[in-house]
Design a binder for this molecule. Sequence first.
Ligand code: KG4
Ligand code: ZN
Length: 338
Amino acid sequence: MILSIESSCDDSSLAITNINTGQLLYHKKISQELEHSVYGGVVPELASRLHAVALPQILDEVKEYFPKLKAVAVTNQPGLGVTLLEGIAMAKTLSVVLNIPLIAVHHLKAHIYSLFIEKEILSPLLVLLISGGHTQIIRMESFDRMEILASSIDDSVGESFDKSAKMMGLGYPGGPIIEQMAKEGDEERFALPIPLQHSPLIAFSLSGLKNAVRLLIEKCKDKDGNIAYQDKCDISASFQKSVKLHLIQKSKKIFQKESIEDFAIVGGASANLYIREAYQELCTKYNKKLHTAPLEYCSDNAAMVGRYAIEAYNRKEFIDPNQIDIVTTKKQSTGSLL
Ligand code: KG4
Ligand code: ZN
């Protein structure tokens, strides 16, 4: 069995996975959304302290598995330095004390492996990764061949939802809140720009749209600075529509070039059913099969870390506990996913 640990942002999560069968034997996640919502975003120092409390609490529940563990896996990049540190400190300690190998897991690759939890691996595969930190289209040929085909030149999709929600005083995380508000809104009421619409660039950009949302919010405010509930719903719907049209327009360009028949959406924002629906339509049109992870494994979790770790274990990709690095670098726009 493998014990896997996730602490790259604001979710403390542990999982136990059977290496031979792929079966997920234990999975728990303690989310910090409530604690961060008052700030409208993740406060790294607070997140780190909350991991320091939550991770040992969860670990206590899996002690019975210790004698059966063959390895411990942990997310080491990319993410927030002070939060990655919490998971890594725990993983290093377990590796040394239990005398089992340590596996370092790339967070974005783990998101891709959320598709394969308790399932066979599917490749080659085109993947749209939309999370709080990243927006990329990746061509996955195999475990160690993943190429970034397009990425955001500024904000990520999740970030644009979070920031728009924050500007309307809706709380954190903004994605699920905006998706809900949009259901009550009129997406045709405001004409927000579709990013890079007239650009030949095969890339994503969300910061201009965020700025347009900011200006729109200002326009909708009454003399006391308040915005009517219906206006917030209409802004949410119009914003979400622009994000969708942008993603679809650029994905279409990739679909025209790539013949791979399987396409997947992963990452926190892939839980958005409005976006999923649009991709279902696009895939049908281009004869591609759409794959998504179960909703509970879209946002950060240790189950996907464990699934990736099975493959790393079988390849004996271990790392010396004294050599494991924390890599916080956020922007990798082209080339092989490192
Ligand atoms: O993958 P994830 O849990 O963490 C990172 O790796 O960043 O993604 C979190 C992001 C947040 O920005 C959150 O607002 C967004 O995913 N998100 C959504 C939805 N649910 C979560 N965005 C749009 N619609 C949703 N339903
Ligand atoms: Zn993530």
